[in-house]
Design a protein around this ligand. Structure first.
Ligand code: GLC
Length: 477
């Protein structure tokens, strides 16, 4: 079976968020199950290609805006990403990912490359990701290609809009596309909506999110359309790259620790409880927090995005409930909205021994935090899947999370973490208090939960198996 992934980002070449991790790991896991997977993405000027083998493999022309545009295709392989990646180069549209036209052009280029057999790879299925590749399913059908299409929704909050004129540039008849009333009235093409309508199968990155998005609260205006197409909607939980992360774990964590029955791993390591204690001490010192192992240390790692990541209730909880008598410590790591950064900074100014703010993207510090914190807070308002909880659990840190989306599917309340059902600072704090009580007074139970968390199977192998079943079903149709 041949599958071509189309996406706008892929770690380690170019990464903006969790999508980049998925596009690095899932193809690799699928190829271990015997699928011939390749990835196609735009060749931005800023791609990180060090350590990769790059070869020019083809050249072609793509008709866009009534002009033939020169396109060169490179093939790269990297030891982390493993599967071959085709990079599509065009100086005018693909050098920088600035506008929606970048993606209109890219989508057309991908379909033309398949149609004209420009590369030596004709996929059975093209697997598209998010709005950037949302026009591909329609363009495939419109070209009468026998290729099936799958669209994965990583986050409905980003839909990708472009003036309807882009259709003329793509040489598409509006009537063929059957635009929605909304698109005609606003004169804007919604890439994600078009992808949902025309893909053969639509997936979300967790089962719970696939149900939530049928409701107004999470559907971001697409709930009606999604309900119409629910027969082709599936939810598959993402995974984490255990090996990749273990590798990083031992590279950056000062006191690596493992479950006793994982002794076969050849590295030197500490027992879990001791390792966590030493790492916490190290982190408290490094960040200038009060050096005291009896104070529970809570971490938040994530984008500073108040619409999704719950930083509003996080801030309110710290300010209103948690810092009264400085019995809690917080380490915050992430960048984003400057207004929110300033508000968190204010907390640090008042309580420098209890709050540490790090407004950077720092994978090394993230690893140390995962290993050192007692708990990780994930108060997201919505979360299609979420990676942080799985990484934290692999590092023996219990998540305290809002019961939504992929958080619901990966965390079992009171078994390997804590879930709170209602989105509020108060509920978040009450759940923290419960968790701290067990941490202080019932160590046996706390470490039982840590063990359960570390043992969870979040491997990509499991997810890849589910995708493979879906691909098989689709091809058999
Ligand atoms: C988006 C979602 C996140 C998900 C990631 C990868 O970033 O917000 O929940 O984990 O995509 O699918």
């Amino acid at each position: 079976m041949k599958v071509l992934f189309a996406a706008w980002e892929m770690d380690p070449y170019f990464k903006v968020g969790g999508l980049g991790d998925v596009v690095r790991s899932l193809p690799n896991a699928l190829s271990q199950l015997g699928v011939d997977v390749r990835v196609i993405m735009p060749f931005y000027k800023s791609l990180k290609l060090e350590g990769s083998l790059k070869k020019r493999v083809a050249k072609t022309e793509v008709l866009y805006g009534k002009k033939l545009q020169k396109v060169i295709i490179y093939k790269v392989i990297n030891s982390l990403a493993k599967v071959p990646v085709y990079l599509v180069q065009n100086k005018k549209y693909l050098d920088v990912a600035t506008s929606q036209e970048t993606f209109a052009f890219f989508d057309k280029a991908v379909v033309d490359i398949i149609k004209n057999k420009v590369i030596n790879f004709i996929p059975d299925i093209i697997h598209c990701h998010d709005h950037h590749t949302g026009l591909i399913p329609f363009l495939i059908k419109n070209s009468n290609l026998k290729v099936k299409s799958v669209l994965t929704l990583h986050n409905l909050a980003y839909q990708g809009f472009s003036p309807v004129d882009v259709l003329a540039k793509l040489s598409i008849n509006r009537s063929d596309m059957r635009l929605s009333k909304w698109e005609i009235n606003s004169r804007k093409l919604n890439f994600l909506l078009e992808g949902i309508i025309h893909a053969d199968i639509v997936t979300t990155v967790s089962p719970t999110y696939s149900k939530e998005i049928l409701k107004e609260m999470y559907g971001m205006g697409l709930e009606d359309v999604l309900r119409d197409y629910r027969h082709k909607l599936y939810g598959i939980l993402n995974g984490i790259d255990i090996d990749y992360n273990y590798l990083l774990h031992f590279k950056h964590v000062p006191f690596p620790f493992l479950e006793p029955d994982e002794k076969d791993r050849a590295m030197k390591h500490y027992p879990v409880a001791e390792g966590k204690k030493l790492n916490k001490q190290f982190l408290q010192q490094q960040l200038g927090l009060k050096n005291d192992e009896t104070i529970p240390l809570f971490a938040f790692i994530g984008r500073f995005d108040a619409k999704q990541k719950g930083i509003d209730i996080l801030h309110k909880m710290i300010r209103r409930y948690a810092l009264k008598n400085e019995q809690y410590q917080f380490v915050i790591l992430g960048t984003g909205d400057p207004d929110w950064e300033e508000r968190f900074d204010w907390l640090y100014n008042f309580y420098p021994e209890s709050v540490s703010c790090n407004f950077v993207f720092d994978t090394k510090l993230a690893q140390i935090i995962y290993a050192a914190a007692d708990f990780i807070l994930i108060p997201s308002k919505f979360e299609p899947c979420g990676l942080i909880q799985m990484l934290a659990m692999a590092f023996g840190t219990l998540p305290i999370a809002h019961k939504v989306g992929g958080l619901t599917d990966s965390i079992k309340n009171r078994v390997n973490g804590y879930l709170f059902p209602e989105y509020s600072a108060k509920k978040l704090f009450e759940t923290m208090e419960k968790a701290v009580k067990i941490w202080q007074k019932d160590k046996i139970n706390h470490f039982k939960m840590i063990k359960a968390a570390m043992k969870e199977d979040f491997s990509w192998r499991r997810s890849a198996g589910e995708y493979l079943d879906l691909y098989k079903k689709l091809i058999a149709r």
